[in-house]
Design a binder for this molecule. Structure first.
Ligand code: MF3
Ligand code: CO
Ligand code: CO
Length: 274
């Protein structure tokens, strides 16, 4: 059974109920999400061969501090960085380190800022130097998956419509959808109900209602969909070591569709793609 609750009066923990947010929350989320988007914009000229993911992470931390925001991942369930940096066959939750990026890498940077209690969660792919055609194509397909998922969001359809749109497109492009991680409710909490699956059927999942806020963040592989988590307890990689990509937006459901809170104010939602 699905439960919907007025976010303003509900307890601040994930009870499985789906929060319905009002206009003040939408204002707060707009601000938090735009800060995250501006940080991801500012990374575009910084990410190039030789730069370490630690340097990227430090930039994210400083950007947050400079704007009165805290990175939500810092000390989240034992995670100690301000961002996730996932390179090539790393699906998600790559931990920033002192290894320099190499020419031809593709890297996802995932940032969540908490501003005035609101969580703005977004990620993009960044090409490092000259990326081979397969990598460019995977990034294009993955961004298109995200946008096709967002396109179907409106009150009355089920969350499964998002998954169906993404899976149908990804598989038509001979790519596969990672099943082990999903999008999530977000807002006053970092990870909240409902789960947003990136595969499945339109008849699956709870009904989408106006005032819901959640992420869509498909992870798409060139090879098989299976992943494993490395011994650090975080880094998820494709089992077949095939290339993988991910983009993430936070959206708020409106009367007739949704608002993408994390859209780039500079039009840099797909760095390196035309
Ligand atoms: N930002 C990620 C997401 O999109 C979550 C990262 S949690 C961490 O949901 F602990 F790995 F950082
Ligand atoms: Co997320
Ligand atoms: Co994220």
């Amino acid at each position: 059974m699905v439960n919907y609750v007025e976010a303003a009066t509900a307890p601040l923990k994930n009870t499985g109920a789906i929060r319905i947010y009002g206009p003040e929350a939408f204002d707060g989320m707009r601000k938090a999400c735009q800060l995250t988007a501006r940080c991801l914009d500012a990374l575009v000229p910084i990410i190039e061969p030789g730069v370490t993911t630690e340097a990227i992470d430090n930039f994210v931390f400083e950007f947050g501090m400079d704007h009165g925001a805290l990175p939500a991942t810092l000390n989240y369930r034992g995670y100690t960085k301000s961002s996730c940096t996932s390179i090539n066959h790393v699906v998600c939750h790559g931990i920033p380190n002192d290894k320099p990026l190499k020419d031809g890498d593709i890297v996802n940077v995932d940032v969540t800022f908490i501003l005035d209690g609101w969580h703005g969660d977004s990620s993009r792919m960044y090409p490092v130097g000259n990326v081979k055609r397969a990598g460019i194509r995977l990034m294009e397909v993955t961004h298109e998956c995200l946008m096709r998922g967002i396109e179907v969001v409106k009150p009355g359809v089920r969350t499964g419509a998002i998954g169906e749109a993404i899976q149908t497109y990804a598989e038509a492009q001979r790519c596969s959808v990672v099943r082990d991680f999903c999008g999530h409710g977000v807002g006053a909490l970092f990870h909240d109900a409902p789960n947003i699956l990136h595969y499945g059927r339109a008849s699956d999942g709870p009904e989408i209602r106006e005032g819901m806020i959640f992420t869509i963040e498909p992870m798409i592989n060139l090879g098989r969909p299976h992943v494993k988590v490395l011994s650090d307890g975080w880094t998820a990689v494709t089992r077949d070591r095939s290339l993988t990509a991910q983009y993430e937006h936070t959206v708020g459901v409106t009367a007739d569709g949704c608002e993408i809170f994390t859209l780039s104010p500079a039009g840099l939602d797909r760095p390196g793609l035309d």
